[in-house]
Design a protein around this ligand. Structure first.
Ligand code: F6R
Length: 367
């Protein structure tokens, strides 16, 4: 059942190219110019034109996918997006009107907090779109519309292929909004679709370098504290990388927006502390490099996650893991993969139960 892999998590990491292909599947026209989300029934083009704000609500890893989703929707559709963890959303009297689109993201579709947020949103008259991996789930049944991620069953507690499939769902939905609202040109849409279609092979190329990550992970497993830094989309991925590492390796880590370090956290950087610096966003590269220099000056040992060809960046770090070239907006779909492998191998090096980490459940059905 693990298809020759030692753990479900490793199997699921390796299933991501397939999950990408399936989730894109027939939702991209054969000529590569259009997104077709036929599953949207109540979210008609007219209904989409009425939307004046979007709320994204989820927990844990799904929340981290939502952070990327916020960036995508704001960039592609120019609609303001707020994001909350579900357990906070309900209790802060969010401003919800009938022109609010609430997107709930849940792999299982059974997370109690997310479901309660969905119900609150519906009670206030919002339109609710679910992004879920389980068609018959409570979230799927109660939402007005849904986009199903075709990751396939996810067994390992640590979410991997569900997260990356949620990213694909957000890319497709963002492009669908852009097409409907005319906020992107046909050429821009076609360019993004072409880059999306290249992702599965690019993930395969990353997976072929798993051994390199294993070495780094074994070294990191000797430490009790480490940091992830990044700006923009890299920050969203840093949060996910840090969560993954904590939940299965039990190594304490913090993810920081790279520019925020010097407002306190820099005090924790001392000789030999590992810092994983995500630096895939071209417009922010120079700024990220200066943050890398700040931690290097305090003795940090920096692993950069960089896009192929960025030699300047590579000079500023101690070691680099390179991901294939893509559009900046799509980088999270690649850069998270080495971080998943890093957590996996760090957990293994520490002798933990990778698929069933202590204290955690796959589906959290209590509030
Ligand atoms: C982390 C993880 C959890 C879940 C969270 C939400 O690897 O698995 O953080 O992402 O409990 O679960 P779903 O997506 O099922 O609502």
């Amino acid at each position: 059942e693990k298809a020759g892999f030692d753990h479900f998590m490793l199997k699921e990491i390796h299933e991501q190219p397939r999950a990408y292909r399936d989730t894109m599947g027939s939702r991209i026209s054969a000529d590569g110019t259009q997104v077709t989300l036929n599953e949207l029934t109540t979210l008609t083009p007219e209904a989409i034109r009425e939307i004046n704000r979007v709320h994204i609500v989820a927990c844990g890893t799904a929340y981290h996918a939502g952070m990327v989703g916020k960036y995508i929707i704001e960039k592609m559709a120019r609609i303001p997006v707020e994001i909350d963890v579900a357990s906070e959303y309900r209790y802060r009297s969010p401003i919800i009107t009938k022109d609010t689109l609430v997107i709930v993201v849940s792999q299982s579709g059974e997370t109690a907090d997310t479901l309660a947020a969905l119900r609150e949103a519906k009670r206030c008259g919002a339109h609710v779109l679910a992004i879920t991996n389980v068609v018959g789930s409570s979230v799927a049944r109660e939402a007005d519309d849904m986009i199903v991620t075709l990751a396939g069953p996810e067994i390992a507690v640590a979410s991997t292929k569900a997260y990356t499939s949620q990213l694909v769902a957000f890319y497709l939905f963002g492009l669908h909004l852009a097409q409907t609202l005319g906020t992107q040109t046909a050429a821009e849409i076609a360019e993004t679709l072409a880059a999306l279609k290249a992702l599965p092979e690019q993930v395969e190329a990353i997976l072929e370098q798993a051994e390199a990550i294993k070495g780094v992970a074994e070294e990191m497993a000797k430490h009790d504290n480490l940091f992830f830094i990044g700006r923009g989309l890299d920050y969203a991925v840093a949060l996910e990388g840090s969560l993954k590492l904590k939940e299965i390796s039990y190594i304490h880590s913090e993810a920081y927006a790279a520019g925020e370090l010097k407002h306190g956290t820099l005090a924790l950087i001392e000789e030999g502390v590992p810092v994983i610096a995500l630096a895939t966003q071209h417009e922010l590269l120079e700024k990220t490099v200066s943050n890398i220099k700040e931690v290097k000056a305090r003795g940090a040992n920096v692993l950069g996650i960089a896009v192929e060809g960025e030699l300047e960046l590579q000079k500023s770090v101690d070691s680099t893991f390179v991901i294939p070239k893509t559009l900046d907006v799509l980088a999270p779909a690649l850069s998270v993969v080495p971080l998943q492998l890093l957590s996996y191998y760090a957990s293994l090096a520490r002798g933990n139960d990778v698929d069933k980490p202590r204290n955690l459940a796959k589906s959290v059905t209590v509030e």
